[in-house]
Design a protein around this ligand. Sequence first.
Ligand code: AMP
Length: 975
Amino acid sequence: MSFWWICPALVTLCTLFNTQALRIYPPNEVTLLDSMSALGDLGWVAYPLEGWEEISVMDERNTPMRTYQVCNVLEVNQNNWLRTSFIPRGGAQRIYIEIKFTLRDCNSLPGLSGTCKETFNMYYYESNNTNLWFIKENYYHKIDTIAADESFTQVDVGDRVMKLNTEVRDISNLSKKGFYLAFQDVGACIALVSVRVFYKKCSMTIRNLAQFPDTVTGGDSALVEVKGSCVNNSVEFEIPKMYCSADGGWLVPIGRCACKPGYEEKKDSCHSCRPGYYKALLTDTYCAKCPPHSFSIQNSSAECTCEKGFHRAESDPKSMPCTKPPSAPDNPITTVNETSVIMDWSPPKDRGGRSDIMYNIHCRRCQSETQKCSACGSGIHYIPRQFGLSQPRVLVTDLLPYTNYTFDIEALNGVSDLSTYPKQFISVNVTTSQVVNVILKERRSKDSVTLAFQGPEKSNDIVVEYEVIYYEKNQKEQNYTVLKTRSNFMTVEGLKPGTTYVFRVRAHTVGGQGIYGGEIELETSTEDIIAIVDPNQITILAISVAGGIVLLIFLVTCFFVSGRHCGYIKAKQDPDEDKMHFQHGRVKLPGSRTYIHPHTYEDPNQAVRDFAKEIDASSIRIERVIGAGEFGEVCSGRLKLPSKREIYVAIKSLKAGYTEKQRRDFLGEASIMGQFDHPNIIRLEGVVTKCKPVMIITEFMENGSLDSFLKKHDGQFTVIQLLGMLRGIASGMKYLSDMNYVHRDLAARNILVNSNLVCKVSDFGLSRVLEDDPEAAYTTRGGKIPIRWTAPEAIAYRKFTSASDVWSYGIVMWEINSYGERPYWEMSNQDVIKAIDEGYRLPPPMDCPVVLHQLMLDCWQKCRSDRPKFGQIVNILDKFIRAPSSLIELANSSEWQDPSIPDSYPVTTLEQWLEALKMSHYLEHFTMAGYVTLDSVMYLNSSELGRIGITITGHQKKILSSVQNVQALGTQLQI
Ligand code: AMP
């Protein structure tokens, strides 16, 4: 029985808490039951009947609210149960119960101290049965005893200050379909105003482009692992995972999704790339602009399409500009050596935007008469290989002799195979030969010479005949006579006595015509002397027809002078040498003095003995180190020979641990130097060979090498002083050329200067050809050449002559006048070769007299016969020295331009352009093919030029290089 008189306010309170309309649950809570929002009967069961009572009250908005109340405080042994209807668990393992209630303070109820309680109990019963009408009390599990935080008194009620308690309890690890809740009253005065049952969830969220669904929290404090699913247009990059915590929060995001190619991430979703943009990789965050020469016209592009004519290799990243195949290789240089050829070329001018340039070589064999070509077939060897060459050079060996070959050098890059256009190549025609390696025997008289030959060494061909051309040395080469013989010797008769003739021999074999061997100079005797010389097994026998005694004296002298080598000296023929001279020892045939190459001695020590004086080491005093040579240190010191005054000397020593070849080469320089005697050639004092270290003693040049000397004294000399140096060097070189010595490495660094500014030519090293010169670069033939100082024909095919020394002399002139400036400055060797080939020449150095620059230009004539001889140079310089007024006019270096390179000026029409290129005759070709404006010629290539009828390679080159300049400059055409 209820005692409403005790707590009448319980049924009318509630101004505080009807918030049904306003109730907003936290987003991560899922409500399973809310007594306040239930519209109809709650259907809860109360027993005994006089216990809990359902009482509807109105809130202040007149909305009915259901409450359960009990207040049997006057009676003992109360046990009143109120049980909810079935509450489905909704999959949750942990359920929260929030109850709101009021509880009357027992103290405010006088005389009830024995029976009144201030707590009640809450229970649950888990079940799959949704419709139980009865549950035994002892089946319930107690959740808790609930006490009020705030109880209220009558006074409180009167003041309408309600003390509403809210308590939340939870039950875990539920596993059945649902449960029932029960409230047990044991004698309190309670109004149960609201019961809300809910569970917590982790709300749907997107993290790292992965969507995580609403997730019910686990039981107790367990985390629930959840795998995310990638948002639209994204794919898993690394499995996306998160953990849903028991209180409904997401924890520890792992992994992620990424926007598919063609899409970029914006605010938790993936958006298409706009046209003109692309995104190739999952890992790229944003869409990027299409790289050069590509485009995209649609949304969501994963890559951009290459423009016509441009391609992307499979391995190219999509971010790389589209590229095209390269143009043809350029500037081929071939060096044919009998049946092998070395081909060098420059990389294509247009590399198509790539660096992976490769070259393929295709070989055709062509008949000269019919011009018919066929594939070369096997048997030919390419070093390093025929296809896929990474360097612009190849050596082709084992070609047939006397055969015309055409090699197409094809340039390729990573996109060549993707292009439908034919690969660009340059063709090189080569005719092989076989040098007539003539073993010469000569026999001379006053008016005849007998020569004997032996066929080409390497050829198996049978020699059909030998052809000899000869002319008088001082006559022009044009006045030559040709003689042929089927036999292997020939006597050339009707010669003038005491006259030097030049002979050259070639063989005709069944394979074809050979090429002429080197020049052989022979002088007819004034008397009847017969010499038989065999350059491979040279035996010099001087027979005086005038009397056997002379012969005898000669042989005896020879024996003593040259030791056992006198009569038999093996000479090795150097194919690069232009002139070979077959004099030996101190035996000199009549005529001018000629330099003898130490290699013509079988025993090089003999050459040293013949040409260099042995010095006793005790007469040398080494003082200090002044430089480093190829073989060891260079020192200065003093030399005191018996009965001579002490002199300063330079001492080159051969470092310890040398090889026999090094010793030979080291002393070779002395054997050469020892043959010279000229004020402008470094003088050899002697050698020390009998004790170690082996030394070469030369005169001491106080100012060291000319290049560093000039740099040290920049601008400090008068023109006449500079002329004096030039004159000295020219004079020394005249002497060398008169002795038929070709220096090959004439450069300021190889000139020494003494205290009187006298310049002397030095560096006659044997390992030159030029291994020791830091300026020397490897050339096509494997030898090293100081490119900037060397004449084009010597670079291209090793035609080293006194005329090529003249070219180098011109460079030395330039070095002297520019006080040691580096020729062609920092241009690369390859560019120097190209520039020279195209007619470029060094401009006059600052303050250089016009006449001196003109002399330099003369030395740099392309055609070597047009260059002045050293004798002429000496004369010209002498004239300048005698008449210094000729030096007044200075060349203006800033205005000077190579006459072969025309001025630049802009052109605006096709006609003007062709006219400027001196190609006006092609105007019709262009217009007929539809090229009428200058813009239209911008993308011409050689095959297109061929198609419109411009087939001459030189003309194509000229046109294309002009076009390429424009492309490179991106400006108006400049001619
Ligand atoms: P070389 O091995 O001849 O190139 O000599 C190396 C360096 O030693 C030269 O660059 C000079 O500086 C110095 N040198 C060589 N010979 C002489 C010399 N006769 N007088 C003075 N210095 C010399």
